[in-house]
Design a protein around this ligand. Structure first.
Ligand SMILES: [Zn+2]
Length: 266
């Protein structure tokens, strides 16, 4: 699933494609993927800025509406300039004078919301990882009553926005913290390490345009390069690059967690 670095890469990519452009036509090929409002409401408006909150893209417009997009498991946004045929699995088309933005989603779990300005589709969203207000003290308050594993807590979008399964494993490896530790047992000093690792890993992943393991692509069809820099994710039985121990895989809340049992002993 695209996480913060992938969505941020898509955001930067979209700025070059559609920011400042006017929507001239729309085609909801799979109407149930329009989760709120109607696409007709954005015809004739300009996309004025492309933003991100957690794993959501949101687009401010010159009209009354804000457009939110969530890619979920397999969504990508494809840019087409000419009259060539659409690729397969296109669910929504947003047309501009100079091209069209295609929401491709084989598994159809993604969605688009056309909301009134100021209304957003999420219930609770934690601080952004790069927000200066996100300190170890703030994080400790959020986790104080939570005895769930720290890895599972990092996936909760209400705690920190944008972290998903790949980066949660990578962050805890970088911070040398055992992913099975109860979230409320992590000290302030250790939470500082978690935050520093979060920022380091996410920044590096954004620099690499995200991680492509299967579906994730930018609008020109290119994938991200960060898979080359993963240290533990999807590396079960491979040697840890630091200590040569075998990377282990466990399941936490139905999700795979990868970690080094020798390096992550804190
Ligand atoms: Zn190791």
């Amino acid at each position: 699933m695209p996480e913060l670095p992938e969505v941020e890469s898509v955001r930067r990519d979209l700025i070059t494609r559609v920011q400042g452009n006017k929507v001239t036509w729309v085609e909801p090929l799979l109407p149930r993927m329009v989760k709120c409002g109607t696409l007709d409401d954005i015809v004739g408006v300009e996309f004025t800025s492309i933003n991100r909150r957690g794993k959501f893209l949101f687009i401010d417009t010159s009209g009354e509406m804000t457009v939110y997009i969530h890619l979920r498991m397999s969504g990508t946004l494809v840019w087409r300039k000419g009259i060539e045929d659409n690729p397969s699995h296109i669910r929504i088309v947003i047309g501009f004078q100079n091209g069209r933005l295609l929401f491709r989603d084989p598994r159809t779990l993604g969605g688009i919301w056309i909301n009134r300005k100021g209304e957003h589709p999420w219930k609770k969203m934690g601080l952004e990882p790069f927000d200066d207000n996100l300190t170890p003290e703030v994080l400790q308050k959020l986790l104080v009553k939570r005895s769930i594993p720290i890895k599972t807590a990092l996936l909760d979008q209400g705690t920190i926005a944008g972290i998903g399964n790949i980066y949660a494993s990578e962050i805890l490896f970088d911070a040398k913290i055992d992913p099975r530790r109860p979230a409320n047992s992590i000290s302030n000093g250790e939470l500082l390490k978690v935050l520093n690792s979060t920022r380091t890993i996410l920044n590096a992943a954004i620099e690499a345009n995200g991680t492509t393991l299967k579906d994730f692509k930018l609008s020109n069809g290119r994938g991200g390069e960060f898979a080359n820099f993963l240290k533990v994710y999807a590396k079960k039985e491979e040697e840890c690059y630091i200590c040569k121990s075998k990377i282990e895989r466990i399941v936490q809340s139905q999700r795979s967690t990868f970690f080094c049992p020798s390096c992550q002993t804190n």
